[in-house]
Write a protein that binds this ligand. Structure first.
Ligand code: PEP
Length: 252
């Protein structure tokens, strides 16, 4: 059976106080969720220890980015092994902000995926087209290319540590969301690409991300190939985030 996941990406937001209060709330409320739903909090790296402590093993923790190297003279970088050592189970790879603001390419994504999976974490690999790419009818081709190249380093047997997040760039932080039909169509296309790559496509969780809120989550999660969500802004508001988690729980 495929994993069902709601992951909250705090981006460069949050504080020690939020780590305590929001995570404490989510931890206590998450006991009422369907057991098959995994809740993941992905705070800025400096708060991982605080979030892990507050999560008390009941919810999972991820890191937003890892280095392409195992260790060494890379001032300012954090390795996947360090994230694991600090209590993370997940690592985001290739978020569109990393691609656009920090020049992350599909080749770098593939290197990071290899490092993340090698250290025993689950990689949440983000893909998605820009508005221009969608309007010119190239969305599926662009996303298929990102999937093929970004996952080119995955070995047979490591696919259970891969989750994909389809995040149309034009929907991230904008309040615009893909329709559930468009999200479903892209997720089905991604599954076809995975199948073609020899991956166990029906077992890989595909998350949707891009302005998911409490009032549109149930609709998106009702689609057969949408296995959860990657949530940005709404993951910073405890009640809203829990409401999104409940939408997935109710649909399982
Ligand atoms: C994200 O940062 O991955 C994201 C989907 O952001 P938002 O939910 O704010 O659009």
């Amino acid at each position: 059976m495929r994993r069902k996941i709601v992951a909250g990406n705090w981006k460069m937001n949050g504080s020690k106080d939020l780590s305590e209060k929001l995570v404490g709330y989510v931890r206590s409320e998450s006991v009422s969720l369907d057991k098959g739903v995994e809740v993941v909090i992905i705070p800025p790296a400096i708060y991982i220890g605080d979030v892990v402590r507050e999560a008390q093993g009941n919810i999972s923790v991820g890191i937003q980015n890892v280095a392409r190297w195992q260790s060494g003279a890379y001032t300012g970088e954090v390795s996947s092994e360090m994230a694991k050592d600090s209590g993370c189970c997940f690592a985001l790879v290739g978020h569109s902000e990393r691609r656009q603001l920090f020049g992350e390419t599909d080749k770098m994504v593939a290197e990071k995926v290899s490092i993340v999976v090698g250290s025993g974490l689950t990689a949440i690999v983000c893909v998605g087209e820009t508005l221009e790419e969608r309007e010119s009818g190239r969305a599926e081709v662009v996303v298929a290319g990102q999937v093929r190249e970004g996952l080119s380093s995955v070995k047979q047997g490591d696919w259970q540590n891969i989750v994909l997040a389809y995040e149309p760039v034009w929907a991230i932080g904008t309040g615009k969301t893909a329709t559930s039909d468009d999200a479903q169509a892209m997720h089905a296309a991604i599954r076809d690409v995975l199948r073609d790559m020899g991956a166990p496509a029906d077992e890989i969780a595909l998350l949707y991300g891009g302005s998911v809120k409490a009032d549109n989550a149930a609709d998106l999660f009702s689609e057969p190939d949408v296995d959860g969500g990657l949530i940005g802004g709404a993951s910073l508001v405890a009640k809203e985030f829990m409401s999104i988690c409940r939408s997935l729980s109710a649909g399982t």
